[in-house]
Design a binder for this molecule. Structure first.
Ligand code: AGP
Length: 628
């Protein structure tokens, strides 16, 4: 999804902006651009494609002050050929919504005379009517974007006060936006405003920064203001003034970011995804251990899960998108199995429009790595409007979903950069397991000793994940075989079916192999027709009670010539014939998803590498999906 950076201060702005944009690449984008300002003039450069294209174009500015500028980068009439000394600037990575990915549609966008420059995340829903109105006034548009109405609107409203014009302009906007505005008429000033799209101010000494996400700031500062809905910030080198929607000053608290910038780097791995897969034991320790006593007691009340609040709920809805939804599927089995409370996992994009039957007896658990997913956020609001209790399981501190939910359980997975979610999923499942144990105790469905036993097993779980990671070599071999196919099936029952769902998404999204997950017992009701000799079928068998049934389904596949890869602990794999066995660590069946998902992630990863795919930035996908 789109990324915003901004800078005002004594440093050359271009390197600051490009470095910030590089840190936001993980969000997914199709074009990038910058506009910098010095001496009342603007240098702007926008390019479709990777940031490296933009950097190559700007190399002369970055390398030698005063060197000749590539004319193609400079918008007519407003350019100065010396961007290297610029001290104010805005930058953007765009993920196309309105208008194809192109140089013209890339941000920043300007008004007719190059006096107001804007970068924008989100969608302006009423842009068509605004555009028609502005065109009727004589404004000339250069792009197909919704964003371009903003600089023209500011131009039409400007009476000498930039912040006032921006404030008036946003009053005309419907939809979601994080905006950064720069003007040669106000050198040394940046104006930023947000509505339903995140924006963070980075506080420096004699300089200030702006970004849609914290990693872009970490090279420069850890002190931030997280802007709230409707807030506007006016940044100059020595001051940041924040006002609310009504123009009243807001005294912001400084939020100090504690995680390390190096955590957002690849750390020696060829891809972020592989690094993040290998970070799972550590991420699980961070997520689980502060919440588990030595004896396995769950300490949930410190997270605000007090009996008075939790005790009121009669049912649970787990609502999320993509991988987070698959974590919710695991949560459904755990909550029903351990806490004996009716639980449904639902896609947020469906939940929000189906007039869900939720009320104050319902606990809606929204799950999101980014905390910014538009559908999940809308589902959260729908649930709250209907009186349900809302608990968020979120990875990004201070994100919109974290702030809008009634209670929050953070997954301390650290920043997840690869578009394909791995460690965030594991931590979501870990937190859901804790929730199920806690609710089970509260509801009296789980005896204290059984709960503590599972708690102790959870404490030991990161070591089992390490053991599963040690099997990567064998998984890579299987991935090499699977990579040559165009269709792969995953089967399992119960919790294994939930993990199979995540396995198929992972394979699909990064290797572009068509993959489907089926409840093993459902295969014979249709999908078995697709099994022909050599079709790869991955069977997950971690649930002793369901082993025999799934093995019968494996036989059905084998009888049609399908090639079965069986992932199971040795105790459940013994006696399996005619299949390739990949042994999983022995683990309590309730906790098996946390172990079984690891080779599924590795399988997808190595298959994608074997097919030469762009693992961390799969085509057409974005890390944070902040539009419907
Ligand atoms: C995960 O691999 C996907 N790229 C995607 O399904 C993701 O899980 C989904 O978009 C939800 O994101 P969130 O957790 O940030 O809300």
């Amino acid at each position: 999804m789109c990324g915003i950076v901004g800078y005002v201060g004594p440093r050359p702005a271009l390197p600051v902006l490009l470095s910030g944009l590089a840190r936001l690449e993980y969000r997914g984008y199709d074009s990038a651009g910058v506009a910098v300002l010095e001496g009342g003039r603007v240098l702007a450069c926008k390019r479709e494609g990777r940031l490296s294209r933009l950097e190559a174009e700007l190399a002369p500015y970055l390398e030698a002050a005063g060197s000749a500028a590539p004319g193609a980068c400079v918008p007519g009439g407003t350019a100065e050929r010396d961007g290297s000394r610029a001290r104010v600037g805005i930058g953007h990575t765009r993920w196309a919504t309105h208008g194809v990915p192109s140089d013209e549609n890339a941000h920043p966008h300007a008004d007719c005379h190059g006096r107001f420059w804007v970068v924008h995340n989100g969608i302006i829903e009423n842009y068509r009517e605004l555009r028609a109105e502005l065109q009727a006034q004589g404004h000339v548009f250069r792009s197909e974007t919704d964003t371009e109405v903003v600089p023209h609107l500011i131009e039409s409203l400007y009476r000498g006060d930039l912040a006032a014009a921006v404030a008036e302009a946003v009053r005309r906007l419907r939809g979601s936006y994080a905006l950064a505005v720069m003007s040669p008429l106000h050198p040394g000033t940046l104006v930023a405003v947000r509505q339903e799209s995140p924006l963070v101010v980075g506080l420096g000494r004699g300089e200030n920064f702006l970004a849609s996400d914290v990693p872009a700031l970490l090279e420069f500062t850890r002190d931030t203001y997280i802007l709230d809905e409707g807030e506007m910030a006016v940044l100059s080198p020595h001051a940041v003034q924040v006002t609310d929607r009504g123009g009243r000053p807001v005294a912001k608290e400084v939020f100090r970011v504690t995680w390390d910038a190096s955590m957002a780097q690849k750390g020696g791995y060829p891809h972020f995804m592989l690094k993040e897969i290998h970070e799972q034991p550590g991420a699980l320790r961070q997520t689980l251990l502060p919440r588990l006593g030595e004896e396995g007691d769950v300490r949930a009340e410190e997270d605000g899960l007090d009996p008075a609040w939790l005790g009121r709920f009669r049912r649970v809805h787990l609502v999320a998108c993509g991988t987070a939804y698959h974590a919710g599927l695991v949560g459904k089995y755990l909550l029903e199995g351990l806490a004996r409370i009716p639980a449904e996992a639902e896609l947020a994009s469906e939940f929000r429009y189906r007039q869900p039957l939720v009320d104050r007896d319902t606990l809606v658990v929204v799950i999101s790595q980014s905390g910014e997913t538009a559908d999940t956020r809308a589902a959260l609001r729908e649930a709250r409007a209907r009186g349900a209790g809302v608990l968020a399981i979120v990875n990004v501190v201070g994100s919109s979903i974290a702030r809008e939910a009634e209670r929050v359980l953070y997954t301390w997975a650290g920043p997840e950069i690869a578009v394909a979610s791995t460690k965030a999923y594991s931590c979501q499942v870990a937190v859901l397991t804790l929730l199920a144990l806690h609710l089970g105790r509260l509801r009296g469905t789980l005896p204290a000793e059984e709960s503590r036993r599972l708690g102790r097993s959870l404490r030991a779980l990161p070591a089992l994940v390490e053991e599963a990671l040690a099997g990567a070599g064998r998984v890579a071999e299987v991935a090499g075989q699977v990579a040559g196919h165009e269709d792969v099936f995953f089967i399992g029952r119960g919790l294994d079916y939930a993990v199979a769902q995540e396995a198929q998404l992972k394979l699909k999204e990064i290797s572009y192999i068509h993959a489907e997950a089926y409840a093993a017992g459902e295969l014979k009701h249709g999908t078995l027709a697709l099994i022909v000799p050599d079709t790869p079928v991955v069977a997950l068998v971690t649930q002793p009670a369901l082993r025999e049934k799934t093995m019968s389904n494996v036989e059905e596949v084998r009888a049609r010539g399908g090639r079965v890869y069986l992932f199971a602990p040795a105790s459940l794999a013994s006696g399996a014939a005619g299949v390739e066995v990949l042994t999983l660590p022995e683990v309590d069946p309730w906790l098996a998803p946390l172990v079984a998902v690891v080779p599924m992630q590795l399988l997808a990863y190595y298959a994608a590498v074997a097919r030469g795919c762009d693992v961390d930035k799969p085509r057409n996908l974005a890390k944070s999906v902040t539009v419907e």
